[in-house]
Design a binder for this molecule. Structure first.
Ligand code: ASP
Length: 587
């Protein structure tokens, strides 16, 4: 193939087919960069090997025309070698050339130089068939293919079987809005598209399948953020007769095979585990980037009696003062330090507090406001010394945590302190419930089929928000790859959890009756997880947009720009479904 030709192929005859990536017309000789899936090679078209007519033909080839070429691989003269091109030592001297398909002038380019700016993403999504020809995107889909193969091969070796579950279903319990599909045959009734295969995979355990997996498409109608897609793919796994450690071993084996096959890197196993409480305390987030070595500490006791009102006032009102040390951070410019307030404010806190350590004391920022004894206390708490920067946030944890996390990540990037590596982490013992932001009522942190930690079950009624769950997340370099849990497998326990969530018997029957019924007939203990495959591929491919690893992604307004979806339907089509529109988005 074009991109694979090297000096060792000199003298061979080849027949290549692909697209015209670039054409240079040097009068007597036309050079074409021919592109196929494997890359580019230069094709030389001159009258020494081609008829005048064919040279003229080549002269008229526009970009993205599909051509076939036959000829001999030849070495390039010394002054024409191109070290930037893998095939830069050779060219193909065309002896026959043929156009297989014409191309209109492409609305966006495929070939870009290092300094060229890409056209807008909107335009690229509109002409996705051209955008996907770019080598960067072609490479991403090689990685994606590799990940799928590695997943299948590792799970197959571990005795898992792949089972597909329906797309047309009843609402599933992941807490987002459902995409609905009307039924023509049963007018007035709707299918929901699956938010995940959660209930089916649990029923597969009741059905005796023991070790299931699926590379499953999930659909969630949410207000989209940049790193979400309404339609995404997850690796969905469920196992019977297991506890957390069995499940972690499987997740780790899969990740190890994916990493070694698709990036050539070995990952260290077992992955470390931290419980939710500790991870929030030490990093301010449940998805810490362990490549940043800095941890948070609670400075409340050190500054409890401070004359600095921000400290003492926060502590009096039940908040805390926490922070971290930035090694060698005292060298940061005033401008860099002035930015810290903004970083904390973007994360929802009133601001950031900092001071530089120098000459045995604290200089600048809050350093002026506190006593030597407090400076000494902070230094010993944070293991800090001259040259370091101390960064603190005062407030209730709910407000301070996001700010501390943002500051930690921001400063690590400014200080170039993010270490190299693949740092996986299991975060365990998430709370079973969290308080609904408006009503304060308990809602599931994961989903309502998650087991409680046995020691905490007695608090389900009296103090539901204190109950820890057997749910876990897999975190990689600061990004949440996925989550899972040991499930409830006893109908009475499930009913108890529903009751704590304010879901009565009738509502539970209506929503999840099909799972509860299955549980009445011998449900083995079981658990599993789901990992966001798009995100895994994105990290392996080294990109920062999910849209670059999904062949036909949607925009943040959940629109497909190439095919034009969603689209209005003719009134007669709607009538057949028993649907009458009461309005449209643009009314
Ligand atoms: N169904 C869950 C999800 O999609 C994963 C799991 O609990 O296995 O996030």
């Amino acid at each position: 193939m074009a991109g694979e030709l090297r000096a060792t192929n000199i003298g061979e005859r080849v027949r290549l087919a692909g697209w015209v990536n670039r054409r240079r017309d040097l009068g007597g000789r036309i050079f074409i960069d021919l592109r196929d899936r494997s890359g580019l090679v230069q094709v030389s078209c001159g009258s020494d090997t081609l008829s005048e007519q064919d040279v003229e033909k080549a002269r008229r080839f526009g970009l993205e025309v599909v051509v076939a070429v036959e000829g001999e691989v030849a070495g390039r003269p010394a002054d024409a070698l191109n070290p930037d091109m893998p095939t830069g030592e050779v060219e193909v001297r065309a002896e026959a050339i043929e156009m297989l398909a014409p191309s209109e002038t492409p609305p966006i380019m495929v070939a870009y130089g290092a300094d060229d700016e890409l056209p807008s993403e909107e335009l690229r999504l509109r002409y996705r068939f051209l955008d996907l020809r770019r080598p960067e995107l072609q490479r991403n889909f090689q990685v994606r293919h590799c990940v799928n193969q590695a997943i299948r091969s590792s799970l197959d070796k571990l005795g898992f079987i792949e089972v597909e579950t329906p797309m047309l279903t009843r609402p599933s319990p992941e807490g987002a809005r459902d995409y609905l599909t009307p039924s023509r045959v049963s007018r007035g009734e709707f299918y929901a598209l699956p938010q995940s295969p959660q209930l089916y995979k649990q029923i597969l355990m009741v059905a005796g399948f023991d070790r299931y997996f699926q590379i499953a498409r999930c659909l969630r109608d949410e207000d989209l953020r940049a790193d979400r897609q309404p339609e995404f793919t997850q690796l969905d796994v469920e196992m019977a007769f297991v506890d957390e450690e069995d499940i972690f071993a499987v997740g780790e084996a899969v990740m190890a095979e994916v990493w070694s096959s698709c990036s050539g890197r070995d990952v260290e196993r077992p992955f470390p585990q931290m419980n939710y409480r500790d991870v929030m305390e030490q990093y301010g987030t449940d998805k810490p980037d362990l490549r940043i070595p800095w941890r948070l500490a609670d400075a409340s006791d050190v500054v409890r009696d401070s004359e600095f009102r921000i400290f003492s006032g926060t502590l009096e009102s039940g908040g805390r003062v926490r922070g971290f040390r930035v090694p060698a951070g005292a060298q940061l410019s005033r401008k860099a330090l002035d930015q810290l307030d903004g970083v904390a404010q973007d994360a929802g806190a009133p601001g950031a507090l900092w001071t530089k350590l120098a000459d045995g004391g604290a200089q600048g920022g809050f350093g002026k406001q506190i006593k030597t004894q407090e400076v000494e206390g902070l230094k010993s708490l944070l293991g800090a010394s001259d040259g370091d920067l101390l960064v603190l946030v005062a407030g209730a944890d709910r407000i301070a945590n996001p700010a501390l996390d943002a500051l930690r990540r921001h400063l690590a990037s400014v200080m170039d302190a993010v270490e190299e590596g693949d740092r996986f982490l299991w975060v365990v013992e998430f709370p079973l419930f969290e308080a609904h932001p408006e009503s304060g009522e308990p809602v599931p942190s994961h989903h309502p089929f998650t087991s409680a930690v046995p020691e905490d079950v007695d608090n389900l009624d009296s103090d539901p928000l204190s109950v820890r769950s057997r749910a876990y997340d897999l975190v990689y370099n600061g990004s949440e790859f996925g989550s899972g849990s040991i499930r409830i497998n006893k109908p009475d326990v499930q009913r108890h959890v529903f009751a704590a969530l304010g879901i009565g018997r009738e509502e539970a029957e209506k929503k999840f009756g099909w799972l509860l019924e299955a549980f009445r007939y011998g449900a083995p203990p079981h658990g599993g997880f789901a990992l966001g495959l798009d995100r895994v591929v994105m990290h392996l491919a080294g990109g920062d947009s999910l849209r670059d690893v999904i062949a036909f992604p949607k925009t943040t307004a959940a629109r497909a720009l190439m095919e034009g979806a969603p689209a209005p339907m003719a009134p007669e089509d709607l009538e057949e479904l028993g649907i009458k529109l009461v309005g449209r988005a643009d009314d």
